[in-house]
Design a binder for this molecule. Structure first.
Ligand SMILES: [Zn+2]
Ligand SMILES: [Zn+2]
Length: 315
């Protein structure tokens, strides 16, 4: 998708615009978890969501689809939001602790539910980049990008999951859960609600998937018990990366069902509740991932990566 080039993404200056007390230097907040009594756009928040200052996608724009000769054009109607994960500037995924991570995970759910009320938004991507080289803002945040089409990566995954389901009459990811637990070679950890694995054909060293053990196509179905389990699990995983594997950069991406309320064709997503399974994917050092002609090249066998993660977590 072609979007216009952007100018300065964040206000310049020594002061961090995401720190408490500087709320006026960001656009007004969209949502926040606050201790009782604190007013919007003032300190006292625990997690705060703001529109990106110079977004690629805007909710105010009308959605227009048009043909340009044989080509298609669509307005970049959507939303670009930042979830400020903690009032503490120095917090990191490994350091903020499970309670704070759980609030962040809950905010992911809130934002998905809210944005999916807009039938012109087809897909919502939530990502968490840590340690991006050249990044100007070190205050911890996640990014939410909502757009009027399906992101390519998800489109491919949805199609492959549907084709597998049409052939096997089973969910691809439920089958992966069963197979990985039986093989055990690539399992990093098993918790009451989740399986952590290095996928069979990992695209990069230490790529990690976190699969909910209970089938559901949409992240928003996350229960409070599962959210607490996921927060503890992520806290442990980020701790292992930070303390035992040299504190590498990483990118976490939430893979979840698109906005089913934004169906365009009658038979679209007819079996998605059964054929798709939400999960998290984490790529370690994404800036070093190697691709040749669109094919990922990874020199670390997934069994070895899983073994190292498992051992580092245990000790
Ligand atoms: Zn800050
Ligand atoms: Zn499943």
């Amino acid at each position: 998708m072609l979007v216009r080039p952007r100018g300065g993404a964040e206000p310049a200056g020594a002061e961090c615009p995401f720190c408490p007390g500087n709320e006026a230097s960001t656009p007004p907040e969209i949502a926040a978890y606050r201790k009782e009594g604190s007013a919007p756009n003032s300190p006292g928040w625990q997690v705060r969501v703001i529109p990106e200052a110079d977004p690629y996608f805007r909710v105010e724009w009308d959605l227009v689809r048009e043909g340009v000769g044989m080509y298609d054009k669509i307005t970049p109607r959507g939303a670009s939001e930042l979830i400020i994960e903690s009032p503490s500037h120095e917090d990191t995924p490994a350091g903020m602790g499970p309670d704070q991570l759980e609030r962040v995970l809950w905010m992911y759910r809130d934002r998905l539910e809210d944005l999916k009320r807009d039938p012109k938004i087809r897909d919502i991507l939530i990502t968490r980049r840590y340690g991006k080289p050249g990044s100007r803002i070190s205050h911890p945040y996640s990014r939410v990008t909502a757009i009027p089409v399906i992101f390519d990566d998800l489109r491919r995954e949805l199609r492959e999951s549907r084709e597998y389901y049409q052939y096997k009459r089973r969910c691809l990811f439920c089958d992966i859960l069963r197979q990985e637990q039986a093989d055990d070679d690539r399992v990093v950890r098993l918790t009451p609600f989740f399986l952590v694995v290095v996928p069979y054909a990992a695209c990069a060293p230490f790529e990690t998937w976190i699969l909910p053990r209970q089938h559901s196509c949409a992240y928003e179905t996350l229960s409070p018990e599962a959210a607490a389990d996921l927060a503890r699990l992520l806290s442990g995983y980020f701790g292992v990366l930070a303390a035992r594997l040299g504190n590498p950069s990483f990118e976490l991406t939430l893979h979840t069902a698109p906005n089913l309320g934004a169906k365009i064709l009658q038979d679209e997503w007819a079996t998605i509740a059964d054929d798709y399974h939400w999960h998290l994917e984490i790529v370690v050092q994404p800036e070093r991932a190697t691709r040749v002609g669109g094919i990922a090249v990874n020199e670390v066998p997934p069994e070895e990566a899983a073994h190292r993660l498992r051992e580092a977590w245990r000790t």
